[in-house]
Design a protein around this ligand. Structure first.
Ligand code: ATP
Ligand code: MG
Length: 456
């Protein structure tokens, strides 16, 4: 059972990592480095106190964050990867695409029965050697849904079930500042995944590759998406490899359609309903001492809360209780901390109520509607506006075409009756003809774009 001190450390750890990632995204590298370094230090501390079988993982994670720090420093100081020695290159690429063996179990994920079932089916098939050739496994899965609902957990549990190597390939880290690096990283990722089968490639934050056509995106992003499309295509059609690609996004409407269409399975990961909230509370409080706390009541009080919100409520309630019971904690030196015995009491409903009252659900209701809408529209919502414009333009062109044809017809009639000014009539006819050809070509173009059959 996890001690209180350990869970406090883990809580701190999570906060450090979250802060680091946020700062890194904002390109505040100096600050990000500080948080990553602290995270690494906490992992080392946890490792020293962990049972042997877990210690290795903890050390691995510590060095993972140390590597990220190294990478960020390098990124600051050198122009590009090309300038580094191959071994440094390798090390850096490895730190970008972290591989690990996650320990998340299915029963640590509350609710999401449908999503769990689908993923389990998808992951089991490729691993059954003996099956008829027409039974094809779906090995590319897109998880979409609001933040903090369990997408990453699902990917990790899948990886754990397969005892697979988990490649944490956040899309944002694939988007290296230097175009040459990105392609190298992607190439390395897929090669390594093949080498270390069974593997799960987890592409989190897929939306950072959001390149809806027409949007203003960099050439580098386009190339990265292009390369990914090629890799995934080869993978979808290729022979059975024990690799699963799971991508996650909380802004699916920003994704490129070509990219979305490559995923054989798209799974909605929604906010937890009453039952799911109940079980998420149970999961997160499985080790806590409670007195008179009803899970029904907790679920009732947290409508519209995400799994992450609920996890935060639980942690916050514990932390506040600890603070209350140990007012002297803050003033202790680290030497004293080592010997300190933490005082605590069971948690009561009021501890939770206080926290819940202060926490706003992190996901807005309008956002939920957007997700549901996007799912219903058959994933083409992202293109609707664009399509509507095309339809308008098409109607406009068809109208022009008709009137031009009519005008042409009239001129031709006139032309036959006339004996003088034939030349200028001829010129007019030619002009109309040229315009018609142009319009017809554009009509065909648009029809192709809209997936309609050509006119004749
Ligand atoms: N269904 C759930 N069951 C149990 N815990 C959950 C669930 N959903 C979220 N959590 C808690 O919230 C944390 C964040 O969940 P997770 O990382 O899976 O969210 P996510 O959907 O990947 O979010 P994001 O879109 O922000 O990446 C988990 O570590 C866990 O503590
Ligand atoms: Mg996630």
């Amino acid at each position: 059972m996890m001690g209180l001190k350990e869970s406090l450390l883990k809580y701190e750890l999570q906060r450090e990592i979250e802060a680091a990632k946020k700062l890194e995204k904002k390109e505040q590298y100096d600050k990000a480095i500080k948080h990553y370094t602290r995270a690494a230090a906490i992992y080392r501390r946890l490792a020293y106190n962990a049972p042997v079988e877990k210690a290795q993982t903890m050390f691995d994670r510590a060095s993972r964050y140390e590597n990220i720090v190294k990478y960020i420093r390098h990124r600051e100081s050198v122009e590009s990867l090309k300038e580094m020695s191959p071994s440094v290159q390798n090390e850096i690429i490895q730190s970008i695409i972290v591989s690990e063996k996650p320990e998340t179990e299915w029963n640590e994920i509350g609710g999401l029965g449908e999503a769990k079932r689908t993923i389990k089916e998808a992951i089991i098939l490729p691993f059954i050697e003996s099956k008829p050739p027409f039974v094809k496994a779906q090995r590319t899965i897109l998880l979409y849904g609001p933040p903090g609902t369990g997408k990453t957990l699902l990917a990790k549990a899948a990886s754990n079930t397969l005892d697979a190597t988990f490649f944490d390939a956040r899309a944002s880290s694939l988007l290296s500042k230097y175009f040459g690096e990105s392609l190298k990283i992607i190439d390395f990722l897929f090669k390594k995944a093949k080498e270390m089968q069974p593997s799960v490639i987890f592409m989190d934050e897929l939306d950072s590759l959001g390149v809806r056509r027409g949007a203003d995106v960099s050439e580098a992003t386009r190339r990265v998406v292009g390369q990914l499309l090629i890799e995934i295509d080869g993978f979808n059609t290729g022979r059975e490899e024990k690799i699963l690609i799971i991508a996650a996004t909380n802004r699916p409407w920003e994704l490129d359609e070509a990219l979305i269409s490559r995923f054989q399975k798209k799974i909605y990961v929604p906010l937890p309903d009453f039952e799911a909230r109940r079980s998420i509370f149970k999961i997160h409080l499985s080790q806590a001492e409670l007195k008179g706390v009803s899970f029904d009541k907790l679920a009732e009080l947290t409508e519209n809360f995400s799994g992450r919100d609920i996890a935060n409520v639980c942690q916050e309630a514990v932390i506040r209780m600890v603070r209350e019971e140990n007012p002297e904690l803050e003033s202790l030196t680290s030497k004293q901390l080592e010997e300190y015995v933490l005082k605590y009491r069971p948690l009561v409903l009021d501890d939770f109520k206080r926290v819940i009252e202060e926490i706003e659900p992190s996901v807005k209701l309008e956002e939920i509607e957007k997700f549901e809408q996007w799912g219903k529209e058959g994933f083409f919502e992202s293109k609707r506006e664009e399509k509507e414009k095309l339809y308008e333009r098409l109607a406009d062109l068809e109208r022009k075409k008709k009137s031009l044809e009519k005008a042409k017809e009239m001129i031709e009639k006139e032309f036959l009756q006339r004996t003088i000014e034939k030349d200028s009539f001829n010129k007019m006819l030619n002009e109309y003809e040229a315009q018609l050809i142009q319009i017809k070509a554009e009509i065909e173009e648009i029809k192709k774009e809209l997936g309609k059959p050509p006119s004749d």
